[in-house]
Structures are given as C-alpha cells and as structure tokens.
Design a protein around this ligand. Structure first.
Ligand SMILES: C[S@@+](CC[C@H](N)C(=O)[O-])C[C@H]1O[C@@H](n2cnc3c(N)ncnc32)[C@H](O)[C@@H]1O
Length: 267
C-alpha cells in the first residue's frame, strides 16, 4: 500500500469517527476493495480517488478543496450537468446539493454502487448511470459536460481516440453548452501512457474545432506536487459548430496570446 494511502486511512478513520460515519466509511472501504475482481483500471490501491469533506473522507482529490479552485467556472444555476467518469460520485453529490441537475456516468459498477450508497445516505437526487460512456445511448442533452482528470483515452478504459471522444461530448451538449476539461499530467512525455497529457497542445488543437475556449488556468495538485500528483490544466469552453482547420489556427493564436503562460505549463 502506498504511504499516502495508509496516512489518509488513519486521518479518515479519525475524521469519519468525529462525524459519526466510521462504520459507514468502513463498509464503503470494504466495498471498494471488491474492485480488485473487476477488469477495469482502478486507482489509488482501491482506496478513495475522490474525497468528500462532508463525510470526513479526504481521498486523493477532496471535493470541496477541488471545487474551491474551480470557483470561476460560473456554471449557469440549476444547469443540467453530465459528468463523465463520475467515480464514487462525490463531485456530483456536491453539485446536486448546490442545486444543479446532475447525471454521472461511470463504467465501474463497484464505484457506482458506492455512489448510490452515499447518495442514499445524504438523500441527494443525483442520477448515476453504470455504463461505458462510449456505448451509452443518451436520450438527454446537457447544458454542461464535465470531463475531469479522465486522463483522456489513456486511462486504459476508453477504446476510442480523443477526437471521437470530444465528438461525442459535442453531440451531447445543447447549443452554447459548456465543456469543462481538466487534464491530468501535461508535463508527461505525450506518448499515450496512463495519465499522460503531455500531448495537451494537440488535444487543444482538436478541441478548438468544436469549442471556443473561454477560460483556462492551472489548478493545484491535490496531493504533494511532483511526488504523488501534478498541477492540472482546467479549460472551460463553449460549444460551436465544427470549424475548418484554418479557424483552428485563429483560435490557437488567441489561446496563446490570451495570457496563456505556456512556459509556466512546461515547468
Ligand atoms: C481518473 S478517474 C477520474 C474521476 C473523476 N472524473 C474525477 O476527476 O474525480 C477516471 C474515471 O473514469 C472512469 N471511466 C474510465 N473509462 C470510462 C468509460 N469508458 N465510461 C465511463 N467511465 C469511465 C473510471 O472508472 C474512473 O472512475
């Protein structure tokens, strides 16, 4: 077991005890261990990848700490949100508590079962779908799609390339819908390894064919920087109709000139 996981378990046992959630937390921990029997890529030694301060669980990515860094997202109140790769659903439960209409889709049934247990515990009305994002036939369209730290197509679960992925995202968004994309490791070699978003510029080039970039910034890593985690690039975009490759260049030029500090990103 990794050192930080062991450390977090100690803190989480303490915190969940203080909040009166210890036995529930231990049951969920046992549930997450079942992931080792599944064929999917799992995270953090089957410990909590997402954390939620409300339950006293820190995980690798504590939800409120994380959302505080996204304060400039400015999502339209009560908007209909789709979260791709919703994990244990903490982000979605929190967004639901803020009045958003949230659907999470997650391929791993153990994570979806855990999400539904947490949902029942707090009485939220979040909708969790257990399916492969690629295979699922959505009947609804969404005002916002979140693709956060999905290590896009490189986490071993998605069978398509980035272009096909964002084409599907584009088709699921309402006119002028918002796409929120959080990278994983943009400092990586860009060779398609797990968590490797070193090819971020190629990804941004593709994104500009379908979306107009509105805001972008680096968000702080959730664990120790360069030890267990790295800072992430967060990009907020609006859906546009497909653009010709010439238009891409115009968008990319805007991207660089609009206070996008490339040298910082490469550090
Ligand atoms: C690295 S985690 C990121 C979780 C979450 N988006 C976040 O940022 O906290 C990637 C998640 O996507 C899920 N996933 C991977 N491939 C998927 C697919 N094809 N369809 C739905 N979920 C998928 C994984 O099981 C995992 O929970």
């Amino acid at each position: 077991m990794r050192f930080w996981v062991a450390k977090h378990i100690v803190f989480d046992v303490l915190n969940t005890s203080l909040k009166g959630n210890l036995f529930f937390y231990l049951r969920m921990l046992k549930l997450l261990k079942l992931q080792k029997f599944l064929p999917y890529k799992t995270y953090e030694d089957n410990y909590f990848y997402q954390g939620y301060e409300v339950f006293g669980i820190r995980g690798a990515k504590p939800t409120i700490f994380r959302l505080n860094q996204y304060s400039d997202l400015e999502l339209p109140p009560k908007s209909k949100i789709l979260d791709i790769g919703s994990n244990v659903g903490f982000l979605d439960l929190h967004l639901s508590s803020l009045g958003f209409n949230v659907t999470g889709i997650e391929i791993n049934p153990v994570l979806v079962t855990a999400a539904n247990c947490f949902k029942a515990k707090i009485g939220a009305n979040t909708n969790f779908i257990c399916s492969d994002f690629l295979e699922y036939n959505f009947k609804d369209r969404f005002e916002v799609v979140l693709s956060l730290s999905n290590h896009q197509t490189t986490d071993g679960n998605l069978k398509i390339d980035f272009n096909a992925y964002i084409t599907k995202v584009h088709s699921l968004l309402e006119t002028n819908g918002i796409f929120v994309f959080e990278s994983h490791n943009i400092y990586g070699p860009g060779k398609g390894l797990p968590g490797d978003d070193g090819d971020i510029l190629e990804k941004i080039t593709l994104l500009t064919r379908y979306f107009r970039i509105y805001k972008f910034k680096m968000v702080k890593s959730y664990l120790e920087h360069n030890v267990n985690d790295v800072n992430k690039l967060l990009v907020i975009m609006y859906k546009i109709d497909f653009q010709s490759p010439n238009m891409q260049l115009v968008h990319l030029n805007n991207f660089y000139s609009n206070n996008f500090d490339y040298s910082y990103i490469k550090k």
